[in-house]
Design a protein around this ligand. Structure first.
Ligand SMILES: NC(=O)c1ccc[n+]([C@@H]2O[C@H](COP(=O)([O-])OP(=O)(O)OC[C@H]3O[C@@H](n4cnc5c(N)ncnc54)[C@H](OP(=O)(O)O)[C@@H]3O)[C@@H](O)[C@H]2O)c1
Length: 272
């Protein structure tokens, strides 16, 4: 997670405070050092109102240029969101967009901002454990990039790419990735039921296994996944028997490649 100091005293406007917007606000609030925060949200949730009351954030109040504007409306609301954002955008403002499929050029066409960051978070941001891929437009200064990094990093890791086209691949790996893992849990549970376990027990075993393996991987960050895998695979044992199936030419690697390629292709179509 990004160090908190990057937000100290910085002013921010958040346009759209639904699921992702509120997750970001929770992350900023946890660091407790951000400057003025203004929010534009037509239908404020109870949680949003609580956050605003607890931290003095301005909800649907007067607008003035801010250090950063974060666009977090649905992609189909970009036009209206940009209109709401415009009064907060000054010459020095960095605009960070998390809108899936909306390119820097789409945002630049609607907002007179030379500094735009296109970002793709994922849903574990809701628990501060997201990972966000980000690309800066040519007009983004080092300071603006650091500010965007701190804002996005309040809900997890931030990985910068140097080519906007790579955001489609980021979308296909980490943006959509949580759904692949949930589906893996479903498939493992279904296979367990077929192996004779009561379905509910198989589901609990699959779920706890993925939670535990994920946490183990997190805590042993210096150890690669393939090394972790080798450590639980004794030659000729049960895990080896299963991995032989998963590693077969028609196994998981090829499936994953095709799944990620399909998501990347779709991301390209949506932003094209
Ligand atoms: N990769 C991922 O997994 C991922 C995950 C989440 C989000 N995202 C991206 O994050 C963005 C937000 O997603 P979300 O799930 O947070 O959506 P959401 O819950 O629908 O939140 C969007 C919010 O923006 C508000 N809004 C709409 N028009 C507005 C306007 N003109 N001015 C100000 N606010 C406006 C909406 O209000 P109303 O309810 O009144 O419409 C809603 O509360 C999306 O663009 C999505 O692509 C990516």
């Amino acid at each position: 997670m990004t160090e908190g100091s990057g937000l100290r005293g910085r002013s921010v406007a958040l346009i759209g405070a639904g699921n992702m917007g509120v997750a970001l606000l929770e992350g900023w609030a946890a660091q407790n050092e951000i400057g003025a925060v203004s929010i534009v949200e037509p239908q404020p949730s109870q949680r949003l109102q609580e956050l605003c009351a607890a931290h003095g954030y301005a909800l649907n109040g007067a607008a003035a240029p801010r250090d950063a504007v974060v666009l977090a409306v649905k992609p189909q609301a970009l036009q209206a969101g940009a209109a709401a954002a415009a009064p907060y955008v000054g010459r020095e403002t960095v605009v960070a967009s998390i809108l899936a499929g909306k390119r820097i050029a789409d945002i630049a066409a609607l907002l007179p901002a030379p500094a735009i960051v296109r970002a793709m978070p994922n849903t574990p941001a809701a628990i501060g454990r997201g990972v966000t891929g980000a690309f800066p437009s040519a007009g983004v200064s080092a300071d603006q990039r650091a500010l965007a990094d701190a804002l996005l990093g309040a809900v997890g890791a931030v990985e910068w790419v140097d080519d906007e086209a790579l955001i489609d691949a980021v979308t296909a790996v980490s943006g959509s990735g949580p759904a692949y893992v949930f589906y893996f849990a479903e498939c493992l549970a279904a296979a367990g039921a077929e192996a004779g376990l009561p379905a509910a027990l198989a589901a609990r075993l699959a779920r706890a296994t993925i939670e535990g393996a994920g946490e183990l991987m997190r805590r042993q960050a210096e150890t690669s996944p393939d090394e972790l895998r080798r450590r639980v695979t004794s030659p000729g044992g049960t895990t080896a028997a299963a991995l032989e199936v998963l590693e077969a030419p028609d196994g998981l690697a090829g499936l994953m490649r095709r799944a990620v390629a399909a998501a990347k292709r779709r991301a390209g179509e949506l932003s094209g």
